[in-house]
Write a protein that binds this ligand. Sequence first.
Ligand code: SAH
Length: 348
Amino acid sequence: MEQKKDIRSLTKEDLREFFLSEGMEAYRGNQVYEWLWRKSVHSFDDMTNLSKELRQKLSDNFAINHIEVDLMQRSVDGTIKNAVRLHDGLVVESVLIPTAKRSTACVSSQVGCSLDCKFCATARLKRMRNLNPDEIYDQVVALDKESRIYYGRPLSNIVFMGMGEPLMNYKNVVSAIGKITSDEGLGISPKRITVSTSGVPKMIRNLADEGLKVKLAVSLHSAIDSIRTKIMPFNAKLNLSDLRESLQYWYSKTRSRITYEYVVWKGINDKESDIQALVDYCKFAPAKVNLIQYNPIDDGSFVQAGSEVVQNYVRTLENNRIIVTVRQSRGQDIDAACGQLANKSNLC
Ligand code: SAH
């Protein structure tokens, strides 16, 4: 059987033209667009201001591909992880991280990942495909619903820190952000959205040119090429000096400070020279450092450094007037923490 076109791949203009070509009023296209995005319905039958015939016409021509939350798990610390089934049966994960004041949605951008960070569980799943804009959008909608139900408030922040490398699915991520921030979508301010990347210089430049006003986080983990290449092998091609230039470009265009995500591991990046290299790297463009806790992915070659080493990082960065935060891990008991997303719940 021939697959019907996913109606959410159409723009509002496409929808208006569809109705015109069927001899109907173009404004019907606006109505359908509103149902699909702002109201997020998953069935043509829910479009109650359209006649039965009209709904039938739509379902004869199109499908509404949508996600299904197959399994929701809740951590003892309140973190929620969704196993999200896509229309073709593949599964990704997304996470809701509640704190006293915030509800942060952590969304996936790819099924698996294009990159090969040695310490990340997602990297072990080869990249199957990129997510479509509507699949990213739907994850946000599902987490927003859960935040309202369980925490009595809407989402406050969105981070692209789930499965995948968002800048390797550039077009769809930018399109999803457009829908998430638009008043015709979820109306969430772009300032509350963080795109986290392993560091793809060309795409960082493109994102700077896009003028989206989102925040940028870079998973740095080492400011020394030989070490970074060992733990993030793509760094051999996309090295720290290219990255640095793209980050300087980002700052010159956006005036938005960069966040470096950084895990300190025993025997890998726990020396004074590692700290000094990070301090120097932070001087190229205004930056802040997030020291994140390592979440073991059960192979033992990476071990979180002791708290004295982490404190040494904090002290040295602060002495150099660099803002630094130490982030506790969330949702470890349900494999929902950074780098642990690997579809372990056996749904695939
Ligand atoms: N590809 C993007 C977003 C996904 S990873 C990126 O690399 O930024 C989200 C964050 O989790 C990144 O900073 C990543 O380096 C970090 N991370 C990956 N595996 C981890 C692990 N096992 N423990 C702690 N953080 C990890």
